[in-house]
Each structure stands twice: as structure tokens, then as C-alpha cells.
Ligand binder design. Structure first.
Ligand code: WT7
Length: 657
């Protein structure tokens, strides 16, 4: 193996390409290369193809209205309901006994919901929400782990036209409170706890603590996941999920007809400032885009068993565990646990057991599989797989190759899909039945998407060069605004490259990228103060403000440094206050402070306590330098610093413990 590696690296560096297998192309939902031209020539009407995947109660009049750009409106005049599209219509079309969700629990238990089961549960919970007082347009917060009640609650909200705001269960009490306050959300659905590596974790205490920080009254529903493993008592304003639902079983709840532009959900994500951004997605545009990309890129067919091993608490799970696959009437697998419990072959065991056709995960997971070794996938028959996907961060060619060889057995195309919470769905990737693959490069923009790589002044760079990624036309799945903050929406995404005078609007995703002579785009990573840890987005400012809130901390700088498995990890450089320089508890209190403010995902890999931070003569912290130190890179010239002597001291500390 060690001997093979240089040869492999060389092959990959030469840019070896892979054609999709003929057997895949033959059956692919999209296999005509003409689709790119077709979309370009027929833009924006080409997006009717996405809208046509849905059932509308009221046909739309206009595909795109751009008179108030960049506040674009899609499929205006149209009306539909997302829950109807994900459930009722499949039942009506004869698929009532097809599995909609196959849930695999952490303890090995399983639950299968057919389309008619799921509809039944969704109606009962929709009626329950109404009993609580939820009305159309009320934001309902869902603070739930990977249990079936989460998609049930999402679809119940969608059914009655109440936008949901899912808060990842791993986020802290503070993070929950911030999001509930920002969304003015008066309803919360949470649970007593959940299992992690066999242990029952208390979740309700965290939810309750969060509620203490909410500045208005909240009605709460609590799902009982742990049963006897966790006794809890509910306070006033807190209802037991099962009791509530029992009273409404068998009820019919008509899906509310929503305008295409009505909000389907809010999803908070990290940005440059300390305040998370409430990304607003709509019913018509988002759902048609999630369905279209699931059809064209994930190649989902109703008879497939499809598995996206993400958490529904992130956008990947919204679009590609819940809305996209269910809109297409397929079977979506939902896994509660972790990939290495009880053994490191858990995922492959589930692929074999469920005959999974399509598998979608993140590079961080693939790098972990690689580290564990091929003996784990080798123990299982993975021949049901037809297509593999990755998302969330750049995939290094070696990990790509490992995935291709050991999971796909050299027979499954890989789609490396670039997109964001804000884009709603995939934007840059090969079409698996059309384009050749280049390991490490996501591929060309999807048909109808005008993504470009530009220099600082917005001019397109020559092939072979790096620059900034922009998107120069709108698409149906795009965010419509940041909730209650149009101004920040404009300044975050549209200010950089748009020309307002000539009404030319350019979306800036804040990623760097390069492009080759075939128009293939390789994503290089964020160019703002956002760190991508295991495919999860964290704002350095959010972490810094958590750290400076810790007693004894005078100043903090947080940066991302390279990490073998996580891609990037959090490094915190901290200047203690006078009197705290010898405080041994400082480091652990900082880690705790970050976990309390955000959650364990933001936990620093290392805390480096230092009397000074490297600064320019004008007093700016040299973040680049701190990143290089964290990544173990060679350090360039530091002589322009005001205090070059601190660099060596700091560098000596990193990786030292
Ligand atoms: C950021 C968006 C999209 C769902 C998961 C993350 C990075 C995403 C790729 C990819 C390289 C990628 C970008 C992007 N990213 N996919 N295939 N290759 N980088 O959603 O939390 O909104 O983060 O993830 O930097 O801006 P998110």
C-alpha cells in the first residue's frame, strides 16, 4: 500500500478522469448532454422542468419576476402545499404501501413508515399543532435529533403553513434561545433525550435551559424517546407528544394552499458576525429545486432506497433526506446513530441490509472510513449501490479514489456537490449520467446555473486560475432574504460584485475556487471568517465572543487549521487577563464556554494561551499567520509585525500538548 501511494498521487495529480459506466448512463434520469444548452437557451423558462415535478393547486403565471432584484420571486401566482407533494399525491397515485422513511435506530431497532403511515402521523401531529394554537405563518422551532418525529413535525408544519426552524440537536441551550428569539418563535418541539453510542443523553434539560433565555412565552411539545431510561417531568406549557397526538389520530387535516413565495422554513447558519443568519426558503422555489436536483443529480427514482447520511438539523438533511426524496416518492433512509457504533462497519451493514441504491455523505466521513480501513466495507455486499455522492467541503483526490474503489467498487459514479444553506440545493456538480468525473473537482455548474470564477474586480479569470466564486443569475432554490433583515441579505451576498446602477445582480457565496479549461470548478474554501469543521459551518466571531465571555480572558482570536479527518479544526489563541496567566482551569473553562454558547461541534482542537498575539503595525491581528501556525505551515516573513518575537513562542505551543 505504502508503495502504491506515490503512483496513485501522481496519477491523481495528472488529473485522471473517469467516465460514468454505461450501465449507469443507460438508466439515468438525465443522460442527454444537450441539457446544458437547452437550459441556457430557454432560461428562465427551463425551470418549468423543476416546477413540473410538483403538483400545484394553482398553476403559476410567471416563472421569474425580477423587477425587485435581488428580491427575486419564482413561480408567482402558483399555489401548492409541500406536505401534499411529499405525501398525499403519492398515496393517491398508488404508492401508499411503499416505504417513505426507513428509520434505523441507534440501538438497532427499526421503524418503517409507508407513505400512508407517514401521512397518518403527519395529519395527527398537524391537528395537534393546531390544538396548541399554531396558525399559518407562525414559526415552529424543532429541536430534535434524528428520530422520525423530526420529519413528521416538519411535514406537519408544512401542512398547516407554519414555517419550521430546525435547530440542530447538538447545538447548545444558548444557541436554541438565540434562534427562538430571532425568529420570534412561540412553539417548540423537542424530546426527553436520545442515544449516542448506546448511552441515553438528556436533551430536555438543555431545551429547558434554552427556554429560560427566550424572551416570550413558549408552548412546548416533548417527544418521549428514552422511555424508562429517562424520567422527566413536564412543566406548564409542556405537552407530551404521544398524549397530544393520541387525541388526534385518524383526523384529516387539509393541506393549506400556500403561495409559491410563502416561507416553507427558516434555517439559521453561521456568518461573519456573531449573529447567526436566518435563511428564508420558500414553498414553490425551494421544493421544486430540491426535487429537481434529487431527480437530475441524485438520480432518485421512486423504487430506489436512498440514503443521505447527514443530520436533518442541517440543510443537507432538509433538502436531501426529507423534501427532495419525499417529493419524488422514493424511500429515504434515516439513521439515528454514529458510523462507528457498535462497530466501524455500521453504515455498510445498513447499506447491505436495506439494499441502498444511492448513498450521499461528507468527505470528513470518507476520510474517517479510509483511516479505519477497507476491511469494514469489505465485510459487506455493497453491490446494490448505483451512485455515490459527497457534500460539505472539498474532497481530496485520495479520499475520492478510496470512495470510488472501496465503496463503489469502481462501478458507481461519484457526484461532488457544491452548494450552501443559502442555495437550497446543489449548484455545482457533474450530472452523473452525463459528465466525466475529475477527482477533487466538483464539476461544471448545473444546467441553468451561471457560476463563474472572477478576480477582485469581478472579471472572469482565465482557465487554470483561482479567484472568487460568483453566481450571476438567480435560481428557484435560492434564499429569498435573511429573516427580518433585508439589509444584511443585501450586504452579505449582493454587495461585493453587483452593479446596482445597471441592475446587474451577482450572488457572492464567499468561497474561493479555480476553474480549468473544461469549465470544471474546484472549490478552495471560504474566503470569509467562517471555518468548515467536518462539513459544518462555524463563524470565528461566534466562537470568539463565547471565549471572551469566559472569566479571565482578555482577548481571543479563533482561526481554522488543517485537520486530517475534519478538514478544518478550531484553534483558539487566547490572551489571559492580568492575574489569570497561571490559572490552570482557564483552558477547560474556555472549552466549556464554547460548548455552552454553541455546542460540542465548535470545541477548540487546541487552546493556545499567550501573552500577546501577532499584530501588524496598525494593530490588526495577523489571522493568516495564526492559520499557518495552526496548520503547521511554513511561516513567511514576519518582520513587518509590530511584535515578531511572539510568533515563535506561539508556534512552539501548537501541537505540543
Ligand atoms: C459551504 C456551505 C451544502 C450543504 C452542507 C454545507 C462548503 C459545500 C462543498 C463541496 C467544497 C463545499 C463551501 C460552502 N462546501 N459543499 N462539494 N466542495 N466545499 O452547507 O453549512 O451552508 O456550508 O460548505 O465552503 O460555502 P453550509
Amino acid at each position: 500500500m505504502a508503495q502504491e501511494e506515490p503512483a496513485l498521487e501522481a496519477r491523481l495529480a495528472e488529473g485522471e478522469t473517469y467516465e460514468p459506466p454505461a450501465s449507469f448512463v443507460e438508466q439515468a434520469n438525465v443522460s442527454d448532454p444537450g441539457i446544458y444548452e437547452e437550459f441556457e437557451e430557454n432560461w428562465p423558462e427551463c425551470w418549468e422542468r423543476a416546477a413540473d415535478l410538483l403538483s400545484w393547486n394553482q398553476e403559476y403565471d410567471t416563472v421569474l419576476e425580477d423587477d425587485d432584484a435581488p428580491f427575486y420571486r419564482w413561480f408567482t401566482g402558483g399555489e401548492l402545499n409541500a406536505s401534499y407533494n411529499c405525501l398525499d399525491r403519492h398515496v393517491e397515485e398508488g404508492a401508499k404501501n411503499r416505504a417513505a422513511i426507513k428509520w434505523e435506530g441507534e440501538l438497532g431497532e427499526t421503524r418503517t413508515y409507508t407513505y400512508s403511515d407517514l401521512l397518518y402521523e403527519v395529519e395527527a401531529f398537524a391537528a395537534s399543532l393546531r390544538e396548541l394554537g399554531v396558525e399559518e405563518d407562525d414559526v415552529v422551532t424543532l429541536y430534535l435529533p434524528m428520530i422520525p418525529e423530526l420529519p413528521i413535525a416538519m411535514l406537519a408544519c408544512a401542512r398547516i403553513g407554519a414555517p419550521h426552524s430546525v435547530v440542530f440537536a447538538g447545538f447548545s441551550a444558548d444557541a436554541l434561545a438565540t434562534r427562538m428569539n430571532a425568529a420570534d418563535s412561540e412553539y417548540l418541539v423537542t424530546c426527553d433525550g436520545y442515544y449516542r453510542r448506546g448511552d441515553g443523553l438528556d436533551h430536555l434539560s438543555k431545551a429547558n435551559e434554552g427556554l429560560e433565555g427566550v424572551d416570550h412565552d413558549v408552548e412546548t411539545v416533548v417527544v418521549d424517546r428514552l422511555g424508562d431510561d429517562h424520567s422527566h417531568s413536564l412543566s406548564e406549557n409542556q405537552r407530551d407528544y404521544d398524549e397530544l397526538v393520541e387525541a388526534h389520530e385518524g383526523e384529516t387535516v387539509e393541506p393549506v394552499s400556500r403561495e409559491a413565495e410563502d416561507m416553507l422554513f427558516l434555517m439559521y447558519t453561521s456568518g461573519t458576525t456573531g449573529q447567526p443568519k436566518g435563511v428564508k426558503h420558500t414553498t414553490g422555489g425551494y421544493l421544486s429545486y430540491a426535487a429537481w436536483t434529487s431527480h437530475a443529480v441524485l438520480d432518485v427514482k421512486p423504487e430506489d432506497t436512498y440514503w443521505c447520511a447527514a443530520d436533518i438539523g442541517w440543510i443537507t438533511g432538509h433538502s436531501y433526506i426529507v423534501y427532495g426524496p419525499l417529493a419524488l416518492g422514493t424511500t429515504t433512509v434515516m439513521y439515528e446513530g454514529t458510523p462507528d457504533y457498535p462497530e466501524k462497519d455500521r453504515l455498510w451493514e445498513l447499506v447491505e441490509k436495506n439494499d441502498v441504491d444511492i448513498f450521499y455523505t461528507a468527505p470528513t466521513a470518507i476520510r474517517a472510513f479510509m483511516k479505519w480501513g477497507k476491511q469494514y466495507p469489505d465485510q459487506h455486499d455493497l453491490s446494490s449501490l448505483r451512485l455515490l455522492g459527497t457534500v460539505g467541503e472539498p474532497i481530496n483526490p485520495r479520499a475520492w479514489q478510496w470512495y470510488y474503489d472501496h465503496i463503489g467498487d469502481g462501478e458507481c459514479p461519484i457526484i461532488d456537490t457544491w452548494w450552501q444553506t443559502e442555495t437550497g440545493g446543489m449548484m455545482i456538480t457533474t450530472l452523473p449520467g452525463v459528465g466525466e468525473m475529475k477527482p477533487g473537482s466538483a464539476g461544471p455548474p448545473l444546467p441553468g446555473i451561471d457560476a463563474r470564477i472572477v478576480d477582485a474586480s469581478g472579471d472572469q479569470v482565465e482557465a487554470g486560475n483561482a479567484g472568487y466564486l460568483t453566481v450571476n443569475n438567480p435560481w428557484p432554490g435560492m434564499l429569498r432574504t435573511l429573516y427580518n433583515n433585508d439589509e444584511r441579505f443585501l450586504s452579505e451576498y449582493w454587495q461585493e460584485y453587483s452593479d446596482e446602477e445597471s441592475d446587474e445582480w451577482v450572488y457572492f457565496p464567499e468561497d474561493g475556487a479555480k476553474i480549468d479549461e473544461d469549465g470544471y470548478i474546484t472549490i478552495l474554501g471560504r474566503v470569509d471568517d467562517v471555518i468548515n469543521v467536518s462539513g459544518h459551518r462555524l463563524g470565528t466571531m461566534e466562537i470568539e465572543s463565547a471565549i471572551v465571555g469566559v472569566e479571565g480572558v482578555a482577548e481571543a482570536a479563533v482561526v481554522g487549521g488543517d485537520h486530517d479527518i475534519k478538514g478544518e479544526a478550531v484553534y483558539a489563541y487566547v490572551i489571559p487577563e492580568d492575574g489569570y496567566t497561571d490559572d490552570d482551569s482557564l483552558e477547560s473553562r474556555i472549552v466549556e464556554g464554547v460548548e455552552d454558547a454553541i455546542g460540542p461541534i465548535a470545541r477548540p482542537e487546541e487552546v493556545i494561551v499567550t501573552p500577546e498575539l501577532p499584530k501588524t503595525r496598525s494593530g490588526k491581528i495577523m489571522r493568516r499567520l495564526l492559520e499557518d501556525i495552526a496548520s503547521g505551515n511554513e511561516l513567511g516573513n514576519t518582520s513587518t509585525l509590530r511584535n515578531p518575537e511572539v510568533v515563535e513562542d506561539i508556534a512552539a505551543q501548537v501541537g505540543d500538548d
